[in-house]
Design a protein around this ligand. Structure first.
Ligand code: ADP
Length: 477
């Protein structure tokens, strides 16, 4: 049974759920309110009746005399008027009935004391038609003779009960009507509230990877649903941008792979077109080796980028002194710089140890140093500078190269972006250690990102370029 209820629970639409719980709450609240009203109303009617009984008793007490030592009602108009609404009973001190006007069935209390007595209808089918009574009892003294006794003033509760019954009848009619109207209203309201969600569902269903440009474009109020629709649209924006980036990346990657492969194919074709001397074959193989190197570099760059993408948190467990690391790297590239008569200047002040991944940081600074050497003409100068700024170690790599035009600066770190692709490739053919695919700075930026640092470039045409890397002394988790 419980299991079936749970299954039902899963298939019932949310608007029915909402309406159901709303109705249950409404029924409980209304029922509580009606019960409270009924009790208060009944109590109030009884108290009003008590006041009128006491007033009637006080009035009637003025018209009591005695005859032969026994209390009697005196003839009077006022008493006659009282008789119309109340039953009046006179009893002696010992409880003997002396006189009675009004309903002869008026019940009397067993004990004689000032106060009110409620005669409820005995439970059971036989007494169904008997009235309930309220009786007020008080002592009386005949003014003329001083004879004393007790006066009971009673009234049937028929009137009070019929007032209460008519109230109950009205409630019986109004209550279900209220629930039905509230139920329909609640259902329509929740259906209306759910409509944008239906819209979101339909849009989500219509979206696939080739058609990510659908949007909800919700123009309703900025409530919970409005915010959900807005968040959904922004998520689609990000997904679309992500897919677009991936598409561009695949296209660029295919293009970059095809270029050396086409060159290889051409060289093989030319070489095979006629018999050749062994030294010609050797020369072709050496040239082919360069293309293969380029392919290997490209594929390992792409692999590294995928790894950095997939594992945003690399283990940053090496303690690294950047001034020492950069000193070693500068020594490593010095022969390349000397080949081009470039002066390498080291301004490596001692900086705090940072936590990071040694392999990745070597890759980062090698990329920047390689670029500086690659793009700086002969007799130029490259300065490597370290300093501490607040909680960061900052590294500047400054060159006296051609500089980068301003319009390229904001794109420099994008995948496969090259300022001048032909120049980069020509330089690459001339033997630089970094390929010219336009991935070097993207990789540098990814490495800086996993170290929670920043990388930026300042450059102006004819004034050289400065790449600035800031790495936190304590990595941010
Ligand atoms: P590449 O592999 O082509 O060098 P990078 O991502 O390392 O790719 O660099 C992107 C582009 O930025 C390069 O094509 C080059 O035009 C420009 N660039 C990078 N470093 C320098 C520099 N030090 N001086 C001038 N231009 C630079």
């Amino acid at each position: 049974m419980l299991h079936q209820l749970r299954r039902l629970d899963k298939i019932i639409p949310i608007r029915l759920h909402l309406t159901f719980w709303y109705l249950i709450t409404l029924i409980v609240l209304c029922a509580g309110f009606v019960i409270y009203l009924h009790i208060r109303f009944e109590d109030r009617l009884l108290r009003e009746l008590d006041t009128s009984l006491e007033l009637a008793a006080n009035q009637a007490a003025n018209y009591i005399g005695s005859e032969a030592g026994q209390l009697v009602f005196l003839e009077s108009d006022a008493l006659a008027r009282l008789e119309e609404d109340y039953s009046l009973v006179l009893v002696a001190e010992d409880g003997t009935l002396l006189a009675q006007v009004g309903d002869p069935d008026t019940p009397l209390p067993d004990t004689l004391a000032t106060g009110y007595t409620l005669f409820e209808r005995p439970k059971g089918i036989h007494h169904r038609n008997e009235d309930e009574w309220r009786v007020y009892t008080r002592p009386v003294i005949a003014v003329d003779s001083g004879v004393s006794g007790w006066l009971h003033v009673g009234q049937s509760l028929k009137q009070t009960q019929s007032t209460l019954r008519s109230l109950t009848n009205e409630v019986h009619f109004v209550f279900p009507l209220t629930i039905i109207v509230a139920g329909i209203g609640g259902f329509l309201l929740s259906a209306r509230a759910m409509r944008p969600i239906e819209h979101i569902t339909r849009t989500a269903r219509a979206i696939n990877t080739t058609d990510l440009n659908q949007r909800i474009n919700y123009d309703g109020p900025n409530d919970e649903i409005g915010r959900l629709a807005h968040t959904f649209d922004r998520m689609l924006d990000r997904l679309e941008a992500g897919f677009e980036r991936e598409r561009r990346f695949s296209g660029n990657a295919a293009h970059e792979l095809r270029t050396p492969l086409t060159a290889l194919k051409g060289q093989i074709g030319v070489t095979l077109s006629r018999p050749r001397q062994p030294d010609e074959y050797a020369a072709t193989l050496r040239s082919m080796e360069q293309q293969v190197d380029r392919l290997i570099r490209l594929s390992s760059d792409m692999l590294l980028m995928t790894r950095l993408d997939q594992q945003p948190r690399q283990p940053l467990s090496d303690s690294i002194k950047l001034d020492e690391l950069l000193g070693a790297l500068v020594d490593q590239v010095r022969p390349l710089a000397e080949d081009k008569q470039i002066t390498l200047v080291e301004e490596l002040s001692v900086v705090p140890v940072i936590q990071g991944c040694m392999d990745l940081l070597i890759r980062l600074f090698m990329n920047l140093l390689d670029n500086a050497i690659k793009y700086t003409p002969s007799a130029g100068q490259i300065t490597v500078h370290t300093t501490q700024e607040d909680e960061y170690v900052t590294v500047y790599i400054r060159d006296t190269g051609p500089g980068i035009p301003a319009e390229h600066l904001s794109h420099l770190f994008e995948r496969f972006y090259r300022v001048d692709s032909d120049r980069a490739r020509d330089q690459d053919r001339s033997g630089s250690s970094q390929g010219g695919a336009g991935l070097g700075l993207t990789i540098a930026q990814e490495i800086v990102r996993v170290h929670s640092g920043t990388i930026s470039v300042q450059s102006a045409v004819g004034q050289g370029s400065t790449f600035t890397v800031r790495l936190p002394v304590t990595p941010q988790v």
